[in-house]
Ligand binder design. Structure first.
Ligand code: T5A
Length: 209
């Protein structure tokens, strides 16, 4: 599939500092003279935002099952990729995603221990050969990430999972990051100032390529 803009993705556990990274990268891309479109997953279209609400808070009194969660993540991704990401890339804009497919591989594949073949099949149906041009994985120890997330307010449905869920998710993130030559890992256990510097360095190196 031919696109002329670039698709950059920020990944990481809750409290990893993705919002800060998004702000730094948006600024760097704009400074390089490109138009940036920001997206988030699940979400980013009217329907995908409704799905976000369900996966973050359950549906009224009805619990979201593991299978429904997986399918909803991909339904939201299909809406966002077809309606927002691809049309903007075709216009030559850069798209900066707060989460994308690596989140499903890590949370549903690692955290929920869903069979990888099942995820691969959904990925093939939804994305075909579409992949990010560059991914920044913001690595944080789960305990620290959850502490930061708690400091920000009430925890949502997924954030209330136990520590072992986030440990499995992080392990899978690290495994995926190591395999992906277009992915850079940022250590966010450092001070915010050091994280800021590392993010700037990574995006500037990508922009210089
Ligand atoms: N999900 C999503 C799936 O399970 N499968 C999928 O396929 C997809 C797409 C989405 C949820 O859905 C799940 C994953 C999630 O559980 P979300 O709101 O998009 O939810 O994601 P969250 O991770 O919950 O978003 P957060 O806002 O918690 O994470 P951020 O953006 O990484 O954290 P941020 O930047 O707001 O930072 C949190 C706090 O930490 C501080 C910040 O100032 C802030 O107060 N902080 C630091 N403090 C000290 N030192 C540092 N280095 C710091 N960096 C940040």
């Amino acid at each position: 599939m031919h696109t002329s803009g670039k698709f950059i993705v920020i990944e990481g556990l809750e409290g990893a500092g993705k919002s800060t990274a998004v702000a730094i990268i948006t600024q760097a891309i704009c400074a390089a003279g490109y138009t940036v479109v920001n997206t988030r997953e699940p979400g980013g279209t009217a329907m995908a935002e409704a799905i976000r609400d369900i996966v973050k808070h359950d549906w009224q009194e009805e619990k979201v099952t593991v299978e429904a969660e997986l399918l909803l993540m991909y339904a939201a991704r299909a809406q966002l990729v077809q309606n927002i990401i691809l049309p903007n890339l075709k216009k030559g804009y850069w798209v900066l995603g707060d989460r994308h497919d690596m989140s499903s591989q890590a949370y549903q594949g690692g955290g929920r221990q869903v069979d990888q073949n099942m995820i691969e099949n959904l990925r093939a149906i939804t994305l075909k050969n579409f992949r990010p041009d560059f991914t920044l994985y913001m690595d944080v120890e789960p305990q620290e990430g959850l502490k930061r997330a708690k400091g920000r307010g009430e925890l949502d449905r997924i954030e209330q999972e136990d520590l072992s869920f986030f440990e499995r998710t992080r392990k899978q993130y690290l495994f995926l990051a190591e395999q992906d030559t277009n992915c850079v890992v940022i250590d966010t256990m450092q001070s915010m100032q050091s994280v800021h510097k590392d993010v700037e360095l990574a995006i500037n190196q990508f922009l210089e390529c």
